[in-house]
Design a protein around this ligand. Sequence first.
Ligand SMILES: Cc1cc2nc3c(=O)[nH]c(=O)nc-3n(C[C@H](O)[C@H](O)[C@H](O)COP(=O)(O)OP(=O)(O)OC[C@H]3O[C@@H](n4cnc5c(N)ncnc54)[C@H](O)[C@@H]3O)c2cc1C
Length: 475
Amino acid sequence: MRLERADVVIAGAGPAGAILGALVARPERRVVLLHRSSAGSGVLAETVVGSAEPMFARLGLVPIVERLGFDGAARHGALWGAGEVFWRKLAPKERGYKLERVAFDAALRALAIERGVELVEGASARTPWRAPHVRVELDRERRAVDELSRSAVGGTELAFDARVVVAAAGRTMPESLVDGRVVRELPALIALNARVPDAGAFADATSIEAVPEGWWWWIPLAAGGASVTLFVDRDELAAKGRDAAWRSAREHALGPCRAAPAAFERGTTAAPRLVETGGDVLLAGDAASCVDPLSSQGVEKALASADHAARCVNALLEAKLDRELVLAHRRAWERGLFEAHARSTLAFYAAERRFERAPFWTKRHALANAAAAARAVALPERVRPNPELEPASVLVPSGDAFAAVPGRRVRGSDEAHAEFHTVPVDVLLACCDGGASLDEVLKRARRVPALATRTPAVVREALTSACRAGVVVRA
Ligand SMILES: Cc1cc2nc3c(=O)[nH]c(=O)nc-3n(C[C@H](O)[C@H](O)[C@H](O)COP(=O)(O)OP(=O)(O)OC[C@H]3O[C@@H](n4cnc5c(N)ncnc54)[C@H](O)[C@@H]3O)c2cc1C
């Protein structure tokens, strides 16, 4: 087996891996992107919501999605919490995009190649999968890559000695490949998808609709027709059967998805989960965390994750910061994002109350209630700094990598804090030193010059967040 040297090896060339490659490519670096083609997400099209537009613009992707004709729909319908469709016209800035992923992903890989990334087609990363070594198995029939990239890899096996290894192999990546484990998850879904040949009056609309079995998602396709997907609970489906679930959900549909064909054509699992590893590998995109498809933000999140991972790669290559600090920062970023998504997803499920007794909804409502209760924990009457705090470095963006600033963390935790809602952590800790009520904290804060421009509401928010993070505790 040949051993090659590289600066960065990225396993997985979906949106996360491809854009990450494009972001870290430099003339003096060897960046290798391993591409094993995938069966896709199991749906014919995916939507990206309008809020992703600034990130698409920042990453230079707007011309690509416009060239591919992936403009978002002009209106959006929601049958959620009420028995009729609520239609909303979308201004051009709100429309986002309808992505047909084969073309979108290929365009991102082309961008990576254009920036100097070596794309290795038909390449599957195998164990061991952590810096410095990555072993790669090549498809026998893989097409020659020489035309597409500068790489000219021969044989059927290859190994890299890489300074940084990134796993961006998507939601189906076995955790064992990266010495990882699932640390948090939401109930898994099965997506059943079919094509509707004629989108009829809904060719200009996306729509979402809750039914007792789960929810429907309608996306018109660029070439005509529409993609219609039913999302159902994986465990419930195991008992009920896919055909029966599709039939009864179709009978319950009131909006565009009434046009769903009699049978679905393909099915796939969507399991929202957060994976962490203590190994010397960065996880990016769905490999790090998958969000519930209800958010329509999987691709946006994969790109944001890759953007953050790119800074981490740059920091590891610069080697000015402690390596473990950078890896821990990547984990903490992904954890924060997954938790925020989980909260908003559960709140959205909680807004549908018509099918309280249906198992799909009972399960999600119970989780939403538990999450809301945990979040609503009031500030204790008196608070004080957690005695388990220790000094820690907090990474803040600097150039295309990070700089370390001083902060605090609870001993043994990955999460270090320099401030809460712009209130410096040490100033906040000083305000509750020795134990203090909220009023006392606010009174002390008024006397601190560094907080002169912060309102009492901001200080209260900061204290609440510090409490949630365990940085201050009940006195
Ligand atoms: C049913 C369903 C519907 C969805 N709908 C939407 C939607 O409407 N909007 C939205 O934004 N998101 C949606 N998503 C989520 C979206 O598809 C993902 O979030 C997105 O694809 C993540 O990108 P990624 O690059 O992290 O992973 P992927 O796109 O999965 O790419 C990973 C790549 O790594 C490759 N790979 C795997 N193993 C290896 C290996 N060992 N070596 C090398 N390569 C490997 C895979 O073949 C694949 O090409 C949906 C997901 C599902 C399941």
